[in-house]
Each structure stands twice: as structure tokens, then as C-alpha cells.
Design a protein around this ligand. Sequence first.
Ligand code: FMN
Length: 363
Amino acid sequence: MGGNQLGSVFRITSFGESHGAAIGVVIDGCPAGLVVRRDVIQKALDRRAPGRSAITSSRKEKDIVEILSGVSNDVSLGTPICLMVRNQDARSEDYKNIRNIYRPSHADYVYDAKYGVRDYRGGGRASARETVARVAAGAVAGILLDRLGIKIYAYVDQIYKLKSKVPYDQMDINKSIPNALNIPDDTLYDKVTKLIQVAKEEGDSLGGSICCIIRNCPVGLGEPVFDKLHADLAKAMMSIPASRGFEIGSGFGAILMKGSEHNDSFYTDDHQKIKTKTNHSGGIQGGISNGMDINFRVAFKPVSTIAKEQTSVNTLGQSVAFKNIGRHDPCVVPRAIPIVEAMTKLVLADHYLRNKTSTILHA
Ligand SMILES: Cc1cc2nc3c(=O)[nH]c(=O)nc-3n(C[C@H](O)[C@H](O)[C@H](O)COP(=O)(O)O)c2cc1C
């Protein structure tokens, strides 16, 4: 299986299966001299952990991160950093009844068809548990970005048909949203909570979207042909399990605008900085950051594991009816926030380091 790596200078390699011994990541290209404390990575993993509210999965993993290499006395050595989290709360018996069934909209069938063998326990490598590796590595990338003053902030902006009316540029990115769903607007929070509870009672699931804002991104990040900054962000977001769409700036809304409405006019502010009056570009033009806030949305599907009875086929191709047993989330969108943030950090850290070789003219 290829494709377990992301990034070209700050490069991560993720490993592990949901119910295997451990999930982990190797980070290549992290500069030496960065203060990398275990508790900073642990905090990021604690945010990702399930079981934080009544409407999310009850898998109570401790997710204790171990730093196996690349850091000494809390300082990165410039050598590969290996981070590992041992799996502890894997209830593999929950999956025995679906061992020979291709669960609808899961990766079971395609893994079997492609590899001829698969770890059926908890979705194996296709499980969202793999994102432990991304969040751990993202925490290290975040330490680098913090030094540069780059801020990343994601929140839930839609669940099913209920969409937040707060525009992204009115969000106070210095404050965390004080509710379990990370959704702005308390009235919306109440409505969405009820909606998710109903879906749970009905044995169903719901999707939604996450909005992400990047502030203080320097001008110049992004390699403008195949590795455009928004192309790499899109790839990173679309690699998150259950993601279904990516929109930068005006996104699909641009279809309904004319050029005269969509163009972002430049002006020079009081500090002699070139800015744009509007930001339909989403902070990226020609694949390169322009210094405005970068903003994008990621759509997530309603997760495939539902409690309702479903029909499918078994590994022999025979029709079967089955019901999932065990734990599942009716809506995983809020849980994807730390993952969206981590993936954003990984892409930005990589592009920041790549940009160091762009020109000698500004030196
Ligand atoms: C944080 C998070 C948690 C997830 N938890 C579940 C889950 O409990 N049940 C489920 O069916 N899918 C869950 N998923 C999605 C599946 O991993 C994913 O849909 C599946 O592997 C198939 O991949 P695809 O949807 O990207 O095609 C989760 C995704 C994320 C981001």
C-alpha cells in the first residue's frame, strides 16, 4: 500500500491499523531546535479523542503519545521524529458479525478487491483512528507555525440542513466556542443537538461542514503549478475519512457571481500593506497566499455505520441483511475539527519550509 506520506519537506509517514498494536507517524524534515514538548502533542490528541459528549462515540481510548525519536530534552534534533500511540480500547469482538460482510459505503469491499486481504477489525487502516497520526504530527507542525504567529481556527458551520449564519470574517478566532459541537450561535447549537439526538434514536447518521480560517499567513506560500496552496489543502482535506467536498473562498458560490462582483480589488492600508477589499479568492491567488485570511470549507458525509438494518452482500457475493452492533457516532463532524486543523498545519508547515528556497531576491 502506497500513499501513506504527505508533504515534501515537512513530510509525514503514517502507520498502523485501528485494532493493531499502535498508530503512529514519522516526521521527516522537522527543523532542529524547535521546542517539542510531549504535553503539547498530548493536548492535541485529547481534543481528538472520542467520548467527549453524549452524542459522540464512547470509545474511551487513552491515546497516550510516546515520542520514540527525534526529540531530546524537549528540543527537536532535526532527525526523524517518531510518535506512537498504543491502541488500548479496541473491542474487536464487535466486528466479528460483519467480518464477511461488505458494509455499505465503508472501505471493506474495495480493500478486499484491491489487496485480497484486509484487517476487518474496526475498519483496519481505513478507520478514522488513523487520524491519531495526523493530529500528533499536526501538533508538531503547529509548534513551528505558532513561532511564526500563524493562527488556524476551525469550527462546525453546518449540520444537515442547519447552517450557521455567522460569516467566517465575523468569527473571533481568539476565543474557543463554548459548546460541545463547536458550532457558533447557541440557538443553532440547541437545534443541532436535538437533530443529532433524533438521528441517533432513529439509528441514522448526519453529515455537515467545517469552516477553517488561517490568519497571519505570510504572502508567498504555495508552489503555483501542481502544488498550489489550495490544491494541497484540498488534497489534505479530501484525505480525511468521510470528507466529500472542499471549497476555497467563494467556492461553488463563484458560479453565481459576475467578474465585476467577484474580483478582489487591491488597496494599500495605513501600514503600507497591500490588501484586498473583498476576499472571494479565499486568501490564495494563483496558488500562492496573498496575506489575506485563508478560508475554506470541508463537507463531510453522514457516516456509514448506522444502527438501522441494512442490506448488502457478503464476501461470496450473496445478499445479506445485517445490523451494526457496538459503538458508533450519529455525527462525526465536530470530531473532525482537530483533524482539519492538523491537516492545515501540516500543509502550511511544509509550504513554509519549501518557500525558504523560492528566491534569493528578497534576501
Ligand atoms: C473523526 C471521524 C470519526 C469517524 N467515525 C466513524 C464512525 O464511527 N463510523 C463510521 O461509519 N464512519 C466513521 N468515520 C468515517 C469512516 O472512517 C469513512 O467513512 C470510511 O472509512 C470510508 O471512507 P470514505 O467515507 O472516505 O469513503 C469517521 C470519520 C472521521 C473523520
